[in-house]
Design a protein around this ligand. Structure first.
Ligand code: NOJ
Length: 474
């Protein structure tokens, strides 16, 4: 007897041959006008690191140090999107996506970080924007996705110095003045916490430092300050109506079991565990617990700094990947306790990517509730997967579909309860340079053959296209 590849369901349930979809999936969809997009970042896809006057970034330097990147690769060429951007816009169009989150490479615009701008570098983004808009795709631009000009690292120690925060503000203002005729939404810094902790604390990301606590806390403060200075500069130099906010990977505190007490504990934990970033951005002060914990290692700052960091923003962007589980703890001074992951906790292809669809519900819900935020974008969500390609490059990535379906179901739960999420950017449009994991970890809806630059849609691309078309989880 052969093995049937037909889904067992139709024979068992006697469902009609047409397999008509229940109307429910339409009725329970996302709000009308919900914005569906994909995301990527400059260093991960552009390549062309020595073209048209681009200066070196800390990631160019870092990726070339032997032993830093798992597969000994670098992103000198990556997806060659600098040249293939028109093709990549067509990939988005084929999905029916209406928005694209990309980042601007600071060292293309200011090769030395400050000083003389490089108009040819900015021209690349002019071309990209025109192509996106001609294809009905709205650009959302991130000012900083970790590719700091190397000269700033060499000259002042990068984010160890507040000069970098100042330089970032100036660069952001320069870009906003020139692109805000077409870009209506800017993100300041992508994942402040990762760039600080893994770049300056743990030697995983560029610049690969392992600073002690006092210096690390000061870096953290400068990064938050850089965010605030960029917000002010974008407002000052952008066209009227230009919107700006962060794109942060908050620690997502999920109640281990949804009881009122655990939910409250998870809310308190969210505020405290994000105190160095989103909390100070939205409250204009470091929490008492944050300062007490830092003690003598606390950052040095002024009241003026806090006012800058908490400059009003128009939305919060959230990168949502993994959960952390919390319960109420009467014996803890703050009332919450982390429940660590047991060894058997499931994860995706990247071992850090623990599976927790409910993170997609709680992240925006906490942010809306704790700080009365009225506009939220999911600036990233997606997963790596093993992706075994067939001879024609096609990948049946049903694990990625499983992951996306579950996370999107939780997002739909949030929007149906009125949590103000306006859009979702799937990470990523195509496989790309996954930082110190090199090209080994693939996050794309399109498979990329990095030898030929051929892009092939995976099954998950069809899943996403259907989701967008129905504005509902399929
Ligand atoms: C977060 C980062 O913003 C992005 O650059 C990275 O590739 C994804 N997460 C996946 O790790």
């Amino acid at each position: 007897m052969g093995i049937s590849t037909k889904p067992a369901e139709s024979s068992q349930t006697g469902a009609s041959k047409e397999n008509k979809l229940p109307d429910r999936s339409l009725a329970a969809g996302f709000p009308s006008g919900f914005l569906w997009g994909t995301a990527a970042s400059a260093y991960q896809i552009e390549g062309a690191v020595n073209e048209d006057g681009r200066g070196p970034s800390i990631w160019d330097r870092y990726a070339h140090i032997p032993g830093k990147i798992a597969d000994r690769s670098n992103a000198d060429v990556a997806n060659d999107s600098y040249h293939l951007y028109k093709d990549d816009v067509q990939l988005m169009k084929a999905l029916g996506a209406k928005a694209y989150r990309f980042s601007i490479a600071w060292p293309r615009v200011f090769p030395e970080g400050t000083g003389t701008p490089n108009p040819k570098g900015l021209d690349f983004y002019n071309r990209l924007l025109d192509e996106l808009l001609a294809n009905g795709i709205e650009p959302f631009a991130t000012m900083y996705h970790w590719d700091l000009p190397q000269t700033l690292q060499d000259r002042v120690g990068g984010w160890m110095s507040r000069d970098t925060a100042t330089a970032f503000g100036e660069y952001a203002g320069y870009v906003a003045a020139r692109l805000s005729d077409r870009v209506k939404h800017f993100f300041t810094i992508n994942e402040c916490s990762r760039l600080v902790d893994l770049g300056y604390g743990a030697e995983v990301d560029a610049p690969g430092l392992t600073l002690a606590q006092p210096a690390l806390n000061q870096v953290r403060h400068h990064v938050a300050l850089g965010h605030g200075l960029a917000v002010q500069a974008i407002r000052a130099h952008g066209r009227a109506g230009t919107k700006v906010g962060p794109a942060e990977n908050i620690v997502i505190c999920v109640p281990a079991i949804e009881t009122p007490a655990n939910i409250r504990a998870a809310e308190i934990a969210t505020r405290e565990l994000n105190a160095g970033y989103l909390t100070v951005m939205l409250e204009g002060k470091y929490t008492d617990a944050f300062l007490a914990y830092a003690g003598k290692d606390a950052p040095k700052y002024t009241a003026e700094d806090l006012a800058v960091i908490s400059s009003p923003i128009d939305f919060v962007g959230l990168n949502v990947y993994m959960p952390h589980h919390y319960v109420v703890a009467a014996d803890d001074a703050h009332g919450f306790a982390l429940t660590p992951f047991p060894a058997s906790f499931p994860h995706m292809e990247s071992s850090w990517l623990k599976i927790g669809p409910e993170a997609m519900y709680w992240a925006p819900r906490h942010v809306a509730k704790l700080w009365d935020v009225k506009s939220i974008y999911i600036t990233e969500n997606g997963t790596s997967a093993t992706d075994q390609p067939a001879a024609d490059g096609h990948v049946d990535d049903v694990d990625r579909i499983m992951y996306l379906r579950n996370y999107l179901t939780q997002l739909q739960r949030a929007t149906s309860e009125g949590v103000p999420v306006l859009g979702y950017f799937l990470w990523s449009l195509m496989d790309n340079f996954e930082w110190s994991d090199g090209f080994e970890k693939r996050f794309g809806l399109y498979r990329v053959d990095f030898k030929t630059q051929r892009r092939t849609p995976k099954l998950s691309a069809s899943f996403y296209r259907e989701t967008i078309a129905r504005n509902a989880v399929v």
